[in-house]
Design a protein around this ligand. Structure first.
Ligand SMILES: Nc1nc2c(ncn2[C@@H]2O[C@H](COP(=O)(O)OP(=O)(O)OP(=O)(O)O)[C@@H](O)[C@H]2O)c(=O)[nH]1
Ligand SMILES: [Mg+2]
Length: 509
């Protein structure tokens, strides 16, 4: 099947070539799956150690309890959270490893949750599950909830298979899904950052770097200090320093508070405000433990009206009380602010979604490179030294291999330009002295369009920009390039080169 897009079409033809070569069929299958992933929406994988709160964080992002999160039950399969209609929402899809796919009612999710032998067998036969939500933010991105990595599963031999970092990265790689990665790290070890760093290195995926990874410090509400959020911020900054070059940012987030801010009923916030209308000393006493709070039936019913971990609940009450908030709507807003989710969404937008075609093209090229570079080198040796299996009459000829390699080099050359696109996208955000704000949207969407895996000629019909506007921008940035300092020159030269490329496409359309 051809898609009419140059890179996926090339990858499919290379996959067909490899499929003809004995000993390279698996490479062909891997390449075919990478080509398929190129036409999928942008994917964000959420990874981290067991019970770091990945599923809860996803629920906070989408504003509903869709991803299974629990003290007891682990996420055992790769779960894709996708955009779907109201009707699709009532079901989920199982992609079996056998290749079959089937829709099931949401109530059947329980069959993939737990530790019984039947569940583990079902999980073993499952490639991934797709869950749906009719939420606009999911229209441009699919989120992958992954099983946790780490050692907390030693008690469970079979589950280990699903919780091993290599298995996770391999399944993500095989499915070719992760265009960007969100690492969820709990601030374990109180004052020590070492364990937190270890928690990060235990879940780090290949093929990730600061251009496509963000880290989230999660579960900080349990830090035993007066102001856990400030402490989490300090930890986040220190961690970012230590992880230099591995992630773009480290942001403290509370998934439970984000979810409460988005999904808790109005009566929950109204109940909290009523509960705070007591002597400060009384409130402090009630907040000592969940049991003390629940010993008052009225308070217990407020807490039960929306399920939150005790540490998150206590923190919320403390914040609302400290700031003397008496309006339920303001309380909801403050809950969202404290969660940090708005900051995370802005970072996701700035760092990933606004440049999603560029990142996707980079990932597809890099992943394909892992397979194709080695395979072509080996094939060439086999064809050249006559070690190709004699009985394999369809074995690719030397000329075919050289031709494939030549075309592949053409695509790879583009990788360098894509990395410059990413540097330009960063500079657009940080260097308004270099790029006027009014040009940001145009430059970013043009670079995204050039990187998109669709045919470049679409630009002419997309009417994103006029020829006159491209001419104006080219003249402006060429002038800036001549006047700029040495270190800024490559970026400006790249923008000029991209604009010239667009000019040629528009002219010939
Ligand atoms: N105090 C507190 N508890 C949290 C937070 N986030 C999640 N939890 C709790 O931690 C437990 C595990 O949360 P999950 O979201 O299932 O964690 P996970 O990383 O998806 O777990 P696995 O899929 O099993 O690896 C649940 O009981 C959550 O309620 C948080 O920010 N603060
Ligand atoms: Mg989970």
């Amino acid at each position: 099947m051809t898609s009419g897009s140059p890179l996926p079409d090339f990858l499919r033809s290379a996959a067909a070539l490899l499929a003809r070569a004995e000993g390279h069929r698996d490479d062909g299958i891997a390449l075919e799956s990478i080509a398929d992933s190129a036409s999928q929406p942008f994917n964000l994988a959420v990874v981290g150690r067991m019970k770091a709160g990945k599923s809860t964080l996803i629920n906070g992002l989408i504003g509903r309890s869709l991803a299974i999160s629990d003290v007891e039950e682990a996420t055992a399969t790769l779960n894709w959270i996708c955009h779907g209609s109201r009707i699709q929402e009532k079901e989920f899809r199982v992609q079996w490893k056998s290749g079959k796919s089937e829709a099931r009612p949401l109530s059947d999710l329980a069959l993939w949750t737990g530790k019984s032998p039947e569940v583990l067998e079902r999980v073993r036969q499952t490639s991934f599950l797709s869950l749906y939500a009719d939420i606009p933010s999911l229209a441009q991105v699919q989120i992958i909830d992954t099983p946790g990595t780490g050692s907390a599963v030693d008690e469970h031999e079979i589950a280990r298979e699903f919780l091993n970092p290599e298995t996770i990265s391999r399944s993500i790689e095989e499915g070719g899904k992760a265009d960007a990665i969100l690492y969820v790290i709990p601030p374990v070890g109180r004052e020590q950052d070492e364990e937190t760093l270890q928690a990060f290195s235990g879940c780090r995926l290949p093929n990730s770097g600061p251009y496509n990874s963000l880290a989230v410090l999660h579960k900080w509400d349990g830090l035993e200090v007066d102001d856990p959020k400030s402490r989490a911020r300090e930890k986040g900054l220190r961690l970012l320093e230590q992880l230099q070059g591995l992630v773009a940012d480290v942001i403290p987030i509370s998934g439970p508070l984000a979810l409460a801010g988005r999904a808790a009923p109005d009566t929950f916030f109204a109940g909290l405000i009523d509960a705070m209308a007591v002597e400060e000393r009384d409130l402090r006493r009630k907040l000592k433990t969940a049991e003390r709070w629940d010993s008052d039936l009225g308070l217990a019913s407020t807490r039960q009206s929306f399920s939150l971990p005790w540490a998150s609940f206590r923190l919320l009450v403390q914040v609302l009380h400290r700031e003397s908030i008496t309006d339920p709507e303001r309380a909801r807003q403050r809950c969202l602010e404290e969660s940090g989710i708005l900051e995370l969404e802005q970072a996701l937008q700035d760092r990933f979604f606004s440049r999603q075609a560029i990142l996707k093209q980079c990932q597809v090229l890099t992943r394909a490179g892992f397979v194709l570079d080695t395979a072509l080198r080996k094939l060439d040796q086999e064809a050249r030294h006559g070690t190709a299996p004699i009985e394999a009459t369809g074995f690719p000829s030397h000329d075919e291999i050289i031709d494939c390699d030549r075309r592949w080099q053409g695509f790879q050359w583009n990788l360098e330009a894509l990395h410059l696109d990413i540097s330009v996208a960063d500079a657009l955000r940080d260097r308004t002295d270099l790029f006027p704000v009014s040009d940001h949207q145009t430059i970013l969407s043009l670079c995204n369009h050039l990187a998109s895996l669709r045919s470049r000629r679409d630009l002419g019909t997309a009417r994103m920009v006029s020829l006159t506007e491209v001419e104006r921008l080219t003249t402006y940035y060429r002038g800036r390039e001549n006047l700029s300092r040495n270190r800024d020159r490559p970026l400006l030269a790249h923008v000029v080169a991209r604009l010239e490329e667009i000019y040629q496409i528009l002219k010939s359309a």
